[in-house]
Design a protein around this ligand. Structure first.
Ligand code: PMP
Length: 382
């Protein structure tokens, strides 16, 4: 049976995007590759509304993009990490490997750190960088990035946003909101294959990339900057081998995103995620994200009452839908990823499979109730 990946990345990938990477004899200095690189850089500016920003595509993924932010830090700098879960905590694990000082703000699991709490911290101490996670993939919680930044903009040097589960699915406007670094990965809501870390940097952030930063060698943006500038102008350049075929696919995915229009894409994610949540809630389950204003367009954690999450995932897979496991220790749950090329029909299939599986596993389900809520939600959005 063909399956759909309602996962947190990689997600279901369009054939056109996958096939764009099935190419032999593409050298990293070839025109074909340089053109794909150049258009991908431009595409990153488009989807993050960062016209004047410097885009980067580096090997790796979300974590390499996160670690490359050390290129903006000097020994002894203070960093404030706003962490709503496992991936927010990753900033702390990364930064503790470097000679910088890290403070972390955390909410109760399932909630988010409030903008005023971040503001208060930045009034007490001088921070070079504050990091936010747009969508915390472990809980599905969205941080109100725009509001937080509007409150701390004047207190901190640089604002850094992990948009790994945000880019392509959530509204973002780097220029208007005052984001200095927005980063992501190729395998999430852009709907391409894994292998590339993506960033856009404001002028201020680019100017903070210094000779004496704490960054190492491979993920030092100082080494990658000339490559980005040169590639964008159509001239091949080398620092370390880029993931050539991944970038060919990324370029195709970004072209499709532009064709759809970024605002339409965000709206589609809103509709599909809303439909899935309507189904989950009307089956009587609560989401891991506790506050409706923090529900994300890309991930929903579903708390289970009786059923074992592992069993739910196994049985759903045999019915043709693959979900992601829970990774936050505070909850008994699994995650539904709804990002990339998801459609309203995927919401219908997802809830249909879940109704049958959860009933079989002893949860109190009346078949059709979840589906009805999905249908009504979709109908109301037409
Ligand atoms: N940040 C967030 C919010 C993520 O969801 C992930 C991946 N799930 C990462 C960072 C790390 O990305 P990667 O696995 O591509 O290194």
């Amino acid at each position: 049976m063909d399956k759909i990946l309602m996962h947190v990345g990689p997600v279901t990938i369009k054939d056109d995007v996958l096939l764009a990477g099935v190419k032999n004899n593409v050298g990293f200095t070839s025109k074909e590759f340089v053109d794909a690189f150049s258009s991908s850089l431009k595409g990153l500016r488009y989807i993050t509304k960062a016209k004047s920003y410097q885009p980067f595509i580096i090997p790796g993924g979300g974590t390499s993009a996160m670690e490359s932010v050390t290129s903006l830090l000097r020994k002894g700098d203070n960093v404030l990490v706003v962490s709503n879960g496992v991936f927010g905590d990753r900033w702390e694990y990364i930064l503790k490997r470097y000679p910088v000082n890290v403070d972390v703000l955390r909410p109760k699991p399932g909630y988010y750190v409030k903008p005023d709490e971040v503001k208060e911290m930045t009034e007490k101490k001088e921070y070079k960088v504050v990091t936010l996670t747009h969508v915390e993939t472990s809980t599905g919680v969205r941080e109100p990035v725009k509001e937080v930044i509007s409150k701390v903009r004047d207190n901190v040097d640089l604002t850094v946003v992990d948009g790994v589960s945000g880019m392509g699915a959530e509204e973002v406007n780097c220029e208007d909101w005052g984001i200095d670094v927005y980063l992501s990965a190729s395998q999430k809501a852009l709907g391409s294959t894994p292998g590339a870390g993506l960033l856009v940097l404001s002028d201020k952030a680019v100017n903070s990339i210094s000779e004496d930063s704490v960054a190492g060698y491979y993920l030092n943006l100082k080494n990658w900057l000339p490559v980005m500038r040169s590639m964008e102008e159509g001239k091949a350049s080398y620092f370390a081998t880029p993931p050539v075929h991944t970038i060919l696919q990324l370029s195709r995915a970004l072209a499709e995103v532009e064709k759809e229009g970024i605002d339409n894409r965000v709206r589609r994610h809103q509709v599909v995620s809303g439909a899935i949540r309507a189904g989950v809630e009307s089956m009587g389950f609560s989401t891991v994200a506790k506050l409706p204003e923090s529900y994300s367009n890309s991930v929903t954690g579903v708390e289970l009452k009786k059923a074992d999450p592992k069993k739910v995932m196994e049985m759903s897979l045999s019915e043709g839908v693959e979900f992601a496991p829970g990774v936050h220790p505070a909850f008994k749950y699994f995650r539904i990823g709804h990002m990339g090329w998801v459609t309203p029909n995927d919401a219908v299939v997802t809830i249909s499979v879940l109704e049958r599986v959860l009933k079989e596993l002893g949860e109190d389900i009346r078949l059709g109730e979840g589906l009805r809520a999905v249908q009504e939600f979709l109908d109301s959005k037409q």
